[in-house]
Ligand binder design. Structure first.
Ligand code: MTE
Ligand code: MO
Length: 341
């Protein structure tokens, strides 16, 4: 992808929980910078005891970790609020991927520089033309944030932030700053453009929610989906993906009658925290019209909302964080379309 924009992952063709590197979604606000890893530096400063500039070699000498996590743009599904928009699951839900990420825990690097007890927020700044900048609460930095240089066993791809990105498991994709060049520790959030004007959620009363970091539980059926067509009655395996920023998925229910009745789907092991999980449900299509839906529940007890529930609370002015239940209508000729049920 050149310049600003996004490309979605072709979920209709994926079969497991891992997104191959070439099929990971991309969202870049101002193109892909060409960065020489030998020249790249990460500066860590502000309320720290020993401010420091790290080379990539320095960062790779720290003890490393590999973890499987999804990454989702909070704008995933943003065009589905008021009417069905995406003519494929790639368009409606494709701003999500799941990879094995390798790097150093941010806590390791922060311990190296030593945080001043007054330090409560960390500004992350990128080296791209967008100079993407977001404020991250210090608790998240010490909980599970990573400085990532590896992706599914390879080096990060240029479009994913080569040579270095911040990665915040379960939080809105925008905060996982790619091409990371600077971390500044401060007392307060830095109120950057991307957390004041952008990436806030307009509520029905005209006020905006700010710092909505968590990606709430969500799921979608990827087969059958509008990209497919049922050519025969009888057995079809309904299959899809579920994920939650709060932790593990504990259950996925599937309905084939627009939510009148629900049946528990099988979850494919391993069911990892803050990762995509594949669910499957055996179905006999009788050749009649059907409306397929999936509903995820996570280990915190959070239940993926119906679209009408989400709209009742949030209205139609919100752009981000649409995690509502998706409906696919199967016609009696086997055509599948995106509908609001
Ligand atoms: N430097 C920088 N970081 C960035 C962005 C960007 O444009 N520039 N886009 C953000 C957004 S909006 C998302 S959803 C994720 C997308 O990550 P990906 O392109 O690796 O899938 O990166 C985030 N980090
Ligand atoms: Mo995003």
């Amino acid at each position: 992808m050149a310049g600003a924009g996004s490309v979605q992952s072709p979920l209709q063709h994926l079969r497991g929980m891992i997104t191959p590197n070439g099929l990971v979604f991309e969202r870049s606000h101002a193109g892909i910078p060409h960065i020489d890893p030998a020249q790249h530096r990460l500066m860590v400063h502000g309320l720290v005891k020993r401010p420091k500039i790290f080379t990539m070699d320095d960062l790779k000498r720290f003890p490393s970790v590999s973890r499987m996590h999804f990454l989702e743009c909070s704008g995933n599904g943003s065009r589905e609020w008021s009417k069905p928009f995406g003519k494929s699951v790639q368009i409606s839900h494709g701003l999500v991927s799941c990879c094995e990420w390798t790097g150093v825990l941010l806590s390791t690097v922060l311990e190296e520089v030593g945080i001043d007890p007054k330090g409560k927020w960390v500004l992350a700044e990128a080296a791209d033309a967008a100079a993407m900048t977001r404020s991250v609460p210090i608790e998240k930095c010490f909980e599970d944030a990573m400085l990532v240089y590896g992706q599914n066993g390879e080096m990060l791809r240029p479009q994913q932030g080569y040579p270095l990105r911040l990665f915040l498991p379960g939080w809105e994709g925008n905060m996982s700053v790619k091409w990371l060049r600077r971390l500044k520790v401060g007392e307060e959030p830095f109120m950057t453009r991307e957390e004041t004007s952008k990436y806030t959620d307009m509520m029905p009363d005209g006020r905006a929610r700010q710092f909505t970091f968590m990606m709430e539980a969500k799921s979608v059926i990827t087969y059958p989906a509008p990209d497919h067509r049922l050519r025969e009655r009888g057995f079809h395996e309904i299959s899809g993906i579920a994920w939650s920023g709060r932790g593990r998925i504990s259950r996925v229910d599937v309905s084939t009658d627009a939510g009148k009745t629900w049946h528990e789907a099988r979850l494919q092991e391993p069911v990892l925290s803050r990762a995509l999980v594949r669910f499957r449900f055996p179905w006999n299509w009788d050749g009649q019209e059907a409306v397929l839906q999936s509903r995820a529940v996570d280990e915190s007890g959070y239940v993926q909302p119906m679209r009408t529930q989400l709209v009742a609370e949030r209205g139609y002015a919100s752009q981000y964080h649409n995690n509502s239940i998706q409906s696919w209508r199967v016609s009696n000729t086997g055509e599948i379309t995106n509908v609001h049920a």
